[in-house]
Design a protein around this ligand. Structure first.
Ligand SMILES: Nc1ncnc2c1ncn2[C@@H]1O[C@H](COP(=O)(O)OP(=O)(O)OP(=O)(O)O)[C@@H](O)[C@H]1O
Ligand SMILES: [Mg+2]
Length: 257
């Protein structure tokens, strides 16, 4: 039986995933410490998104298990895993393009964790006001307040990513998984997002971040794991990873900085 140790909030244990003959993930053992920001880096096609998909229940592992705060996630449906307090910003934003930005942010709050997650159809006008206020505050934080009345579909790619982050934050997850959260953003918007992610770090939320932009990785990560060809080839503190020759090798001899 697999058990999570007290400060390990997520443990992917001996996870394998094959797509036909392709070994997308092999021998994955990943432990995420509560309250930390853990970055997963690696070349294109290394298996990073597949690993997140296994964690959130979109893809069943071929073998192995994922344990979140003592609960085995493997075999659970994505919405059940979400209700346990895990939210994810996808590599491709998933938003409601025909709804105003503000309503996109408010929608997930009606189904958020409340002891157990529940949809409360009898919420009072007051609590709807409260949710609206919370959504407006989050939009302010991420710099999208001025766009709150616009259809979400009209946002730029980078702004859609930020909107999706806002939709996750209003769920107040215990574990936030971010798949390339700054992809498609300008340098200015990337820095705004780094600041926002730093701010929510102080709230104690645990974060797993997949990112190609090393400026983002080294600005935020407490720990880094490196995936290459479906295997974790190195895991450690940012400085250790920077100096690890296997990591340099995985990036074809280039510097990871
Ligand atoms: N549903 C699927 N069916 C078959 N093969 C898949 C599927 N999803 C991913 N793969 C393959 O698994 C491997 C890992 O893909 P994955 O998307 O996890 O990589 P990644 O590290 O997220 O890459 P990137 O940095 O480009 O986003 C790739 O070879 C990919 O083609
Ligand atoms: Mg990916």
């Amino acid at each position: 039986m697999i058990e999570a140790t007290p400060n390990i909030i997520l443990h992917a244990a001996d996870v394998h995933k094959n797509f036909g003959g392709l070994r997308a993930l092999s021998d994955i053992d990943l432990q995420i410490e509560e309250g930390k920001t853990h970055a997963i880096i690696g070349p294109n096609g290394a298996g990073k998104s597949t690993l997140l998909n296994v964690i959130i229940g979109r893809i069943p592992p071929s073998s192995g298990a994922v344990v979140f705060d003592g609960t085995v996630l493997t075999g659970k449906a994505p919405h059940e895993i979400n209700q346990l307090g895990i939210s994810r910003v996808f590599q491709t934003p998933e938003i409601f393009p025909d709804l105003p930005v503000l309503h996109n942010v408010m929608a997930p709050a009606f189904a958020r964790r409340d002891g157990a997650f529940r949809v409360n159809l009898l919420r009072s006008i007051d609590s709807e006001r409260q949710i609206r206020q919370e959504a407006e505050d989050i939009l302010d934080d991420i710099g999208l307040h001025g766009r709150r009345g616009d259809h979400a579909g009209s946002l730029s790619r980078g702004d859609k990513r930020r909107l999706e982050l806002a939709m996750c934050l209003i769920q107040r997850p215990r574990l936030l998984l971010l798949d390339e959260p700054t992809a498609g953003m300008s340098r200015h918007d990337t820095n705004t997002t780094i600041e926002l992610l730093r701010k929510i770090k102080s709230s104690g939320m645990t974060k797993v971040i997949i990112e190609h932009d090393m400026h983002v990785v080294f600005s935020l990560a407490d720990r880094i794991s490196v995936l290459a060809q479906g295997r974790i080839i190195a895991s450690g503190l940012p400085q250790e990873i920077k100096e690890d020759p296997r990591v340099q090798q995985a990036y074809l001899g280039g510097s990871v900085q």
